[in-house]
Design a protein around this ligand. Structure first.
Ligand code: CA
Length: 393
């Protein structure tokens, strides 16, 4: 923390400026005679006590924060969003809050973000809540649930369905404030070295797939692995992994998975709209003035929106490059595979809710919200999307 002094400025008409104005406007000199003593009185303290109390300088505190992330430094979208966030905070705060962003492994490993921010190693983190499921069972609700909510639905649940309040309650014992810092939208199922035509084809595969999606994968006979993104490419290349999911074409192209796996499967049933979390150390947050706190929270909201929109805007062109320029084989999972994955997903979610009181409360809120939002979605977006596909003539 640094302390500096900003000179307190005050605006006064100078005598010459006032004289000029009077002459230009044809005002009588008596106006000058009346105003001069008043201005002189305003400019000088009346007594020594007034002089002592007068605010000659305003103390400004500058904060220098660290923000650690789970992503390779400057990875398009996931990695660049926190950099833009830090720049926005610096501009909004006129330099009073400076945030330096670290990629995975620069300060701590990508899967150590939660503990490091909780312990004050860094003031902020940018990661995924489901990575901490081993510590807090209910965290997947604040990333994504298999066959759950899309990106905009997840945002709506957090903002208006009680999600944000439940999330804050869940992280409070760890001295952390969680807020949303991006959404990936619907992801891809991921990268495979061979075609998947049935559930049997998934059995025996070792796949990087975290959280509840990983548990579903385990129950159909696969071996799920949770691994930070920067390690996945080598693991696929060396054969440590047979398959891997990460995000969607824009991020996946940047990492280069197409160089080590030929088949790219969709839909991302396991992550239909993952929130990317921004976590703030509570004590660090409390040390900020109320205006800096508001700036920080407003900037995370801006990051949340822009990351989601960036991926929506860039994914299709990245997919075109993958397919047309790199010869990637794009495949949809067969319906019979999806039906079984969905059946098992529902079981996994129910079991999670039954195993943990906090997860049970959150599940109740989330499940009710999903039922509501799905009902109107069918009437609005889904019906419209079907209509948009109709022939024009
Ligand atoms: Ca993913």
């Amino acid at each position: 923390m640094k302390t500096s002094f900003l000179a307190h400025s005050r605006t006064l008409f100078t005598i010459s400026t006032l004289s000029t104005l009077c002459r230009r406007n044809g005002a009588a000199n008596w106006l000058l005679l009346v105003l001069l003593p008043i201005l002189a009185a305003c400019g000088e303290p009346a007594t020594p006590e007034d002089a002592a109390a007068a605010p000659v300088a305003e103390q400004v505190t500058t904060h220098e924060w660290k923000m650690i992330t789970s992503w390779p430094k400057n990875l398009p979208a996931l990695g660049t969003a926190p950099e833009e966030f830090a720049q926005r905070v610096a501009r909004m705060s006129n330099g009073r809050l400076q945030i330096r962003v670290y990629g995975a492994n620069e300060l701590v490993g990508g899967l150590e973000v939660f503990d490091a921010v909780s312990q004050g190693v860094a003031e902020m983190g940018h990661s995924g809540a489901y990575y901490w499921q081993g510590k807090i069972a209910a965290t997947p609700f604040f990333s994504s649930i298999p066959f759950g909510l899309t990106g905009s639905e997840q945002d709506a649940w957090l903002s208006f369905g009680g999600g944000n309040e439940l999330w804050r309650e869940l992280y409070e014992p760890f001295g952390l404030i969680p807020v949303r810092g991006g959404n990936t939208g619907t992801q891809m199922f991921g990268w495979f070295k061979r075609e998947i035509n049935s559930l049997e084809d998934l059995q025996g595969l070792k796949m990087r797939i975290p959280s509840l999606g990983g548990e579903v994968f385990r129950r159909i006979g696969g071996t799920p692995v949770t691994m930070q993104a920067s390690d996945v490419f080598n693991a696929l290349q060396t054969g440590l992994l047979d398959a891997a999911e990460f995000v969607s074409p824009y991020n996946d192209l940047a990492i280069g998975y197409h160089e080590v796996a030929d088949y790219y499967y969709y839909p991302g049933w396991h992550e239909p709209g993952s929130t990317v979390e921004a976590i703030i150390n509570q004590a660090a947050f409390d040390s900020l003035t109320p205006d800096l706190q508001e700036i920080l929270l407003a900037a995370t909201e801006a990051m949340n929106q822009s990351l989601h929109e960036e991926l929506i805007a860039r994914n299709n062109e990245a997919l075109r490059v993958l397919v047309e320029e790199h010869g990637v084989q794009l495949r949809r999972l067969p319906d019979e595979v999806l039906i079984e994955l969905k059946r098992i997903s529902e079981q996994v979610i129910e079991e999670l809710a039954a195993s943990d009181p906090a997860a049970a409360r959150i599940y109740e809120s989330w499940r009710e919200f999903r039922a509501d939002v799905m009902n109107y979605r069918e009437i609005a977006e889904e019906a419209f999307i079907e209509a948009r596909r109709l022939p024009a003539d």
